[in-house]
Design a protein around this ligand. Structure first.
Ligand code: ADE
Length: 227
């Protein structure tokens, strides 16, 4: 998968996408991430990429031209399956959307800042507007890194143990069961006997039961959602 991210602040994205699983995904050649500084496409001598809002009001608006130039250059080179705009008023990002994105080959992401982008960018280029939650970040970069991290680990071949993604919270609308590692007893705090029993079926049943209980208690809304 190739992901192109358009941003006014590429530095914010450099570190979160270069460690752990994503680093391995890149090394395996399964994921490529390109950061594009929108300011590099600003035509005037001040490299200005934002301007005052028509009609007045506080806050700057990201200009249409530099974004058009950057997107058009990329779309001239390849077809993009989705061009996402990260914005708090977008569709809520979910595990389901991550699963969907993980099957794509070319994705572009535009990070908003200030008051957002000129509406004409949204009208003419964006295929999907996405929010990572009902709160306002100072820009779309952190949201983009959430989405890249989440979808990136789901690209086939990225996780060494394929089943580990299947066991994640939310994959089946259930929270994950509790996990334990050695020692089996610590300060008298014991690991549940069933996990030490070696009985695979019983362990599976116990885990499923725990998942259901946790979900009922902590996120009952998930059990009401349609598949
Ligand atoms: N930009 C600012 N807030 C955001 C959010 N919650 N999701 C996506 N992009 C954003």
């Amino acid at each position: 998968m190739r992901i192109d991210i358009l941003t006014l602040f590429p530095e914010i994205l450099e570190s979160p996408l270069n460690y752990s699983i994503l680093k391995r995904a890149k090394e395996k050649g399964l994921l490529q991430i390109f950061l594009h500084n929108i300011r590099d496409y600003a035509m005037n001598k001040h490299k200005q990429a934002d301007d005052y809002a028509f009609g007045g009001g506080a806050g700057m608006v990201m200009m249409v031209e530099p974004i058009d130039l950057c997107i058009s250059r990329l779309t001239a080179e390849r077809h993009y399956d989705e061009i996402l705009y990260l914005t708090p008023d977008g569709e809520k990002f979910t595990q389901r959307m991550a699963n969907y994105l993980a099957t794509k080959t070319h994705i572009m992401m535009l990070c908003g800042h200030y008051k957002g982008v000129d509406q004409r960018v949204r009208d003419h280029f964006i295929t999907r507007e996405v929010s990572v939650g009902d709160y306002v970040l100072s820009g779309g970069e952190i949201a983009a890194s959430v989405i890249v991290d989440c979808a990136g680990r789901l690209i086939p071949g990225v996780l060494s143990d394929e089943t580990s993604a299947l066991m994640d919270s939310f994959q089946d609308n259930l929270l994950a069961p509790p996990v334990y590692t050695r020692p089996a007893s610590y300060k008298g705090w014991k690991v549940p006997d069933v996990l030490l029993s070696g009985h695979a079926t019983k362990i599976d049943e116990w885990r499923h039961q725990q998942s259901l209980e946790r979900t009922r208690k902590l996120r009952p809304d998930l059990l009401e959602e349609e598949e």
